[in-house]
Design a protein around this ligand. Structure first.
Ligand SMILES: NC(=O)C1=CN([C@@H]2O[C@H](COP(=O)(O)OP(=O)(O)OC[C@H]3O[C@@H](n4cnc5c(N)ncnc54)[C@H](O)[C@@H]3O)[C@@H](O)[C@H]2O)C=CC1
Ligand SMILES: O=C(O)CCC(=O)C(=O)O
Length: 451
């Protein structure tokens, strides 16, 4: 039995229906770090994996709120504080009907290693609720956020745990959450990141994840001796915060992002996505992507039901570089095969774990440059940490400073991941490089801090 198999066997009890995505994330990490466990016995001796896969605490609570018809609604709220060996717990909040403990454990676990890769002092956490903001009025979202914070405020603080946004949580929700925290605690502190700029947010936090994924890709392509993105056709899935800003940065650097998607369908616009229109439809008005095709008749809208099951229309559009920026396991083996058949050279994960393990193996075996989420989408949490620094110092950084530091950090992460992969005999494998480098730093801190 190999070390990886031995380790995976220890954690078989985590493999149940609710934990399937958590188990998927954990299994990938164990396979990647096996050479490290083999070469340095201290990690097993100190039971690092055993300690890392169990969150420090899982906070689960009832959220009761009144809808616009004065009917009582009940949701479940969570905060999973996973690991604070490197700094205060840090990670987003997701509001989506699919949220459960298993999904948040996967996201929190990934966040530990992602935050470690940034080189900043931030631990890993994730939280959220099964509340669905879709179709709710602003007032209902506000009431839900207030009720959620009524419970959450007991567990967070600028030096304890600093939540931010994720799916379904943008600056509107962060604003309401911050307002309630301030009201309950009478404290004006950097307890949340992703705040609107005019009351303590950092410039560029909304753009950071998407921009960062593009910076990472440019760096990876250069390191792998591939042509840069300028002039190249790109495809992006999703149409939320990460996707829109990836499209915006691609457009700024002269690439041609031709596609985006939401849970109902895909837009293909061969002239390049009109990013201002997309922002207005998805980020301001929260409308369906069909509106895009109503304005630009030349663009094609492909409803999800018109594409064969098992694959996704967005990955069947020829591209040089693909950016999955929607949600977990949205890029399947069938999609990977389509990308390969169409000559795709690189795949960058803007979303968290958007590619299935089978898709990753296939892409890597065909030498497609593959940038895993925990490295490539770290830009969001990096600028969140910049926001924490600015709040702590009561200062404000200009756009150029944030952008420059974000770019530098993404380049540093890319280099560190590539060099780690090389050191461990898996040159070009950014998945293994990211897992080993991320794990090693947290593990060393856990050993140094004792049990
Ligand atoms: N917001 C951030 O700063 C960060 C977000 N992420 C990850 O990026 C991904 C997207 O997050 P956000 O853009 O913030 O969320 P968002 O709520 O702004 O947007 C999500 C988008 O994905 C679309 N979507 C959902 N399910 C889909 C599906 N099955 N097929 C196609 N589109 C689908 C939605 O319609 C929406 O347009 C998530 O995996 C999140 O965890 C990762 C790092 C930071
Ligand atoms: O900005 C943050 O604190 C967390 C962002 C996040 O949730 C993520 O990186 O997945």
């Amino acid at each position: 039995m190999t070390i990886a198999e031995e380790e995976i066997r220890k954690f078989e009890n985590h493999n149940c229906a609710e934990n399937n995505v958590f188990y998927q994330a954990m299994e990938e990490v164990i396979y990647s770090i096996a050479p490290l466990l083999q070469s340095d016995e201290k990690y097993r001796k100190h039971g690092i994996m055993e300690r890392l896969v169990v969150p420090d605490r899982v906070i689960k609570f009832k959220v009761t709120w009144l809808d616009d018809n004065n009917i009582i609604q009940v949701n479940t709220g969570y905060r999973i504080q996973f690991n604070n060996a490197l700094g205060p717990y840090k990670g987003g909040l997701r509001f989506h009907p699919t949220v459960n403990e298993g999904v948040l454990k996967f996201l929190g676990f990934e966040q530990i290693l992602k935050n470690s890769l940034t080189g900043l002092h931030i631990g890993g956490a994730k939280g959220g609720s099964d509340f669905d903001p879709k179709g709710k009025s602003d007032f209902e979202v506000m009431k839900f956020c207030s009720a959620y914070m009524t419970e959450l405020h007991k567990y967070i603080g600028a030096r304890i745990d600093v939540p931010a946004g994720d799916i379904g949580v943008g600056s509107r929700e962060i604003g309401y959450l911050f307002g309630e925290y301030k009201k309950i605690t009478s404290t004006y502190e950097g307890v949340l990141t992703g705040k609107p700029f005019f009351f303590g947010g950092s410039l560029m936090r909304p753009e950071a994840t998407g921009y960062g994924a593009v910076y990472f890709t440019e760096s990876m392509l250069e390191m792998e001796g591939k042509e840069p993105l300028m002039g190249k056709v790109c495809t992006v899935s999703g149409a939320g915060n990460v996707a829109v800003h990836a499209i915006e940065k691609l457009t700024q650097i002269g690439a041609v992002p031709v596609a985006c998607s939401d849970s109902k369908g895909t837009i293909y616009d061969s002239r390049g996505i009109d990013v201002e229109l997309l922002k207005d439809i998805k980020l301001n008005k929260r409308q369906s992507l069909t509106k895009y095709a109503e304005v630009h008749a030349e663009a094609k809208y492909i409803p999800i039901e018109e594409y064969p099951e098992g694959g996704h229309a967005v990955w069947d559009i020829p591209c040089y570089a693909a950016f999955p920026c929607a949600t977990q396991n949205e890029l399947t083996e069938i999609d990977a095969q389509n990308l390969i058949n169409n000559g795709c050279v690189s795949v960058t994960e803007g979303a968290n774990m958007p590619s299935t393990p089978e898709a990753i193996s296939l892409l890597q075996s065909h030498k497609v440059c593959f940038a895993p989420a925990k490295a490539a989408n770290a830009g969001g949490v990096v600028v969140s940490e910049f926001e924490m620094s600015q709040n702590a110092a009561m200062s404000k950084w200009g756009f150029a400073k944030v952008d420059e530091r974000l770019k530098e950090t993404m380049q540093m992460i890319c280099k560190r991941v590539a060099l780690t992969a090389k050191d461990y005999g898996v040159e070009g494998n950014y998945v293994d490089g990211a897992n080993i480098a991320g794990f090693k730093k947290v593990a060393d801190a856990m050993i140094a801090e004792g049990i």
